[in-house]
Structures are given as structure tokens and as C-alpha cells.
Ligand binder design. Structure first.
Ligand SMILES: C[S@@+](CC[C@H](N)C(=O)[O-])C[C@H]1O[C@@H](n2cnc3c(N)ncnc32)[C@H](O)[C@@H]1O
Length: 291
């Protein structure tokens, strides 16, 4: 049976494969303390990792406040990651529209609205996330400007050339890059900006390492190689302007998380993959040269 959702989206038109159904089911069921307890610190909920050094003083906080101090510090690092992404979107005018592709519980979108004051749309294939993030937009009094939609980022159905900026914050490992950048090329005008933060495996030193495969399995994702990003961008007229290797900047987050009360068991795989050089954490900003 086809279910018609409130915004008119048909479930079978949004989630089109068994793989996408399993990704949607994962995010619909997700209630992980590493996301929820960190989000509760200031009401900004993320599903991504952090960058920057942690304050070593948090390790010496007395036991009664120890967990709370570590969780607050981890959240500071994940907010810093979203701030860094937003530093690369270029100049924004009040009447621009920005698209958060794979928007999770909306954290990066709310930070973008706070910073730029313009309209933001988020799309995700998790209906639970859409409901959560739209309720937050109501609560923060920005529902007219920040909206979340049950849509597939590979085929959004949104108007052509209607976004000045699109970002993906740790979402590209769930999709085919050629299809994704093809859709973004449709949504951006000539000169529009795309910004991405992602993990990618290092295909200069061989294939997918055991640690990278463990990460794939843990998150039901398919991490792409480093070169796959640049090939797919070149094929769709995206021209990189900034590439930042964040690998060493993200290791402290994983070290702190490994010793936190919200560790999930995947921390060692990330630390091994980053330290052995089989995995990179990259920020890529690119301009769309087609259209
Ligand atoms: C790791 S979370 C990142 C969420 C958010 N960007 C953040 O930084 O907090 C991955 C997100 O990608 C979304 N996603 C995966 N495949 C998608 C698709 N084909 N279309 C839209 N969203 C998708 C998931 O529903 C989830 O919201």
C-alpha cells in the first residue's frame, strides 16, 4: 500500500530501494545518547563528529560532574564542526535559500539560520527526523524560515536553480555521488556553492581497510574513496575552491568520546583508520560552473 504523507510525499517515491529503506529505518529508530545527550546541552541536535582540541581539564572534573563535563565538551566540538562548514558557504544575502541535504535532527540548519538569517530547507529520508526538526523550528519561532521535508536528496522535487548554497554534513556515504551531484547541479545556479564534510577512504594506499569496513557496517553506509569525490565533481561541473584535511583535527574528538559515557563501540575503528592513514576526514567547498 502507498502511504501519502502530510506534505504530499509518497513513501515509495521518496525511499526507492531496499537499501534506502534500511537507512531510513536506522534513522527513524535512532535514539543514541551520543546524539541526544549532546543535543540536550543547548537544544542543537547533530548527527556528526567534532573538530578541534578538547580541554584536558574536563578529564579532572570531580566524579559528580565528570560525565556532564565530557558531554558538554563533545558537543562544543560538534558545534565547532558545523561552524567550520558554515564558514565556507561564501557571502549570503537575506533573500538567499540554503539547502541542508540529509538534515538529521536539524542542528546545522538552525545554526545556519542563526548566522545568516535566511531561509533554510532540510531534506531527509527519516520521517522521525523531519517531525523532530520541524517541532524544534516551531519551538524556536523560526518555522516560517527553517523547514524540514521528507524527501530524497537524490531526487528532491525542489525547484531548479532555487538554492544559493547546498551542504552535506556527513551524508554522502549513503548515496551514489554521480546521482547526488547531478541533482545538486539542477538545484544550484551557475556560481552556486556546495560544501561537504565527509569521511572518505584513502585509495592512494590501496582499497578499503578493515577499520573502514567496520565503520560501513556499523552505520549501514558505503564510504566512498577520496578520488571518487573529485571525479564525480569534475563530471558534474563542480570546481573545488577549498579542500581541508580535518583528519588530525577530528582525532581529539574520538579520543575524548572513547573515554566518555556515550561511547558506542565504534570509536576504536575510527581512531585506527585515521591513525593508520586509511581514512580521511575532509571538508570540500566547490562552485557550480554549469547551468
Ligand atoms: C549521519 S546523519 C547526518 C545528519 C546531519 N547532516 C547532521 O550533520 O547532523 C545522515 C543523514 O543523511 C540522511 N540521508 C541518508 N540518505 C539520504 C537520502 N537518500 N536522502 C535524504 N537524506 C538521506 C539520513 O536520514 C540522516 O539524516
Amino acid at each position: 500500500m502507498t502511504t501519502i504523507r502530510q506534505d504530499g510525499a509518497r513513501a515509495d517515491a521518496v525511499v526507492r530501494s531496499a537499501y534506502q529503506r534500511s537507512v531510513a529505518a536506522y534513522w527513524n529508530a535512532e535514539r543514541d545518547p551520543v546524539n541526544l545527550r549532546l543535543g540536550e546541552v543547548d537544544g542543537i541536535f547533530h548527527h556528526h563528529y567534532g573538530v578541534g582540541d578538547y580541554d584536558p581539564a574536563v578529564l579532572d572534573v570531580p566524579e559528580a560532574r565528570h560525565d556532564e563535563a565530557i558531554i558538554t565538551e563533545l558537543h562544543r566540538l560538534e558545534n565547532a564542526q558545523a561552524d567550520l562548514l558554515l564558514d565556507h558557504v561564501g557571502p549570503i544575502r537575506a533573500d538567499d535559500r540554503l539547502l541542508d541535504a540529509g538534515s538529521g535532527r536539524g542542528g546545522t540548519s538552525f545554526m545556519a539560520h542563526q548566522r545568516f538569517g535566511c531561509a533554510i530547507d532540510g531534506v531527509t529520508i527519516s520521517e522521525a527526523q523531519v517531525e523532530f526538526a520541524n517541532a524544534q523550528a516551531e519551538q524556536y519561532g523560526v518555522a516560517g524560515q527553517v523547514r524540514f521535508h521528507y524527501r530524497n536528496m537524490l531526487d528532491t522535487g525542489l525547484a531548479a536553480s532555487s538554492y544559493q548554497v547546498i551542504w552535506t554534513n556527513e551524508t554522502t556515504m549513503y548515496v551514489d555521488l554521480g546521482e547526488l551531484f547531478g541533482e545538486f547541479a539542477r538545484l544550484l545556479p551557475n556560481g552556486g556553492r556546495y560544501v561537504c564534510i565527509t569521511g572518505c577512504y584513502n585509495d592512494l594506499t590501496g582499497g578499503r581497510s578493515k577499520a573502514v569496513s567496520q565503520i560501513d557496517q556499523h552505520y549501514t553506509c558505503n564510504i566512498h574513496s577520496r578520488s571518487a569525490y573529485f571525479k564525480a565533481m569534475a563530471a558534474t561541473d563542480f570546481v573545488p575552491i577549498t579542500v581541508v584535511d580535518l583528519t588530525y583535527d577530528t582525532i581529539p574528538y574520538w579520543e575524548l568520546r572513547a573515554h566518555s559515557p556515550v561511547a558506542t563501540g565504534i570509536e576504536d575503528a575510527f581512531l585506527t583508520a585515521y591513525r593508520e592513514g586509511s581514512f580521511h576526514y575532509l571538508l570540500i567547498a566547490a562552485d557550480y560552473a554549469g547551468g
